[in-house]
Write a protein that binds this ligand. Structure first.
Ligand SMILES: *[C@@H]1O[C@H](CO)[C@@H](O)[C@H](O)[C@H]1NC(C)=O
Ligand SMILES: *[C@@H]1O[C@H](CO)[C@@H](O)[C@H](O)[C@H]1NC(C)=O
Length: 121
């Protein structure tokens, strides 16, 4: 829980919801919040994981470039992420996709689920 709170704080630091609070409070649970630091290693890792997971199932040869924007939703037992991911198609052309990932973080393990993967809208 400690680790998740710190992560959440780092990712949404600067969000107006947090202006008056030092740590995430009940008020932000359930709300979709913009991820402020999109270059954060954890966010980029999540995007890469989603592309690899998707490609493993669909075998479409898609490759990860970078996460360009995203939102996160803190729920009771984890965090949902919605990420806009720049990818590379088999023909070498850039593409833009969106993915939704659920992550549950405990001191002993991290569980991730790929909820959706599709074209960017
Ligand atoms: C954003 O994340 C990157 C990579 O982890 C880090 O180097 C940088 O200091 C962070 N920027 C802010 C404003 O927190
Ligand atoms: C990813 O984006 C590209 C370009 O928009 C699109 O052609 C492709 O179908 C998308 N992949 C999936 C799995 O939706």
């Amino acid at each position: 829980m400690m680790r998740m709170s710190l992560l959440v704080f780092l990712l949404i630091a600067g969000a107006s919801a947090l202006d008056a609070a030092a740590t995430p409070s009940e008020g932000i649970v359930g709300k979709w919040l913009p991820i402020k630091n999109i270059t954060d290693t954890h966010v980029q890792d999540l995007g890469r994981w989603a592309v690899v997971k998707h490609t493993w199932v669909s075998n479409d040869g898609l490759r990860f470039s970078k996460v360009v924007s995203g939102e996160m939703q803190i729920i009771e037992y984890g965090i949902n992420y919605q990420l806009k991911v720049q990818t590379l198609l088999l023909n070498g052309k850039d593409a833009m996709n969106t993915t939704k990932v659920f992550e549950q973080d405990s001191p002993t393990s991290t569980t991730r689920k790929l909820l959706s993967f599709g074209p960017a809208n």
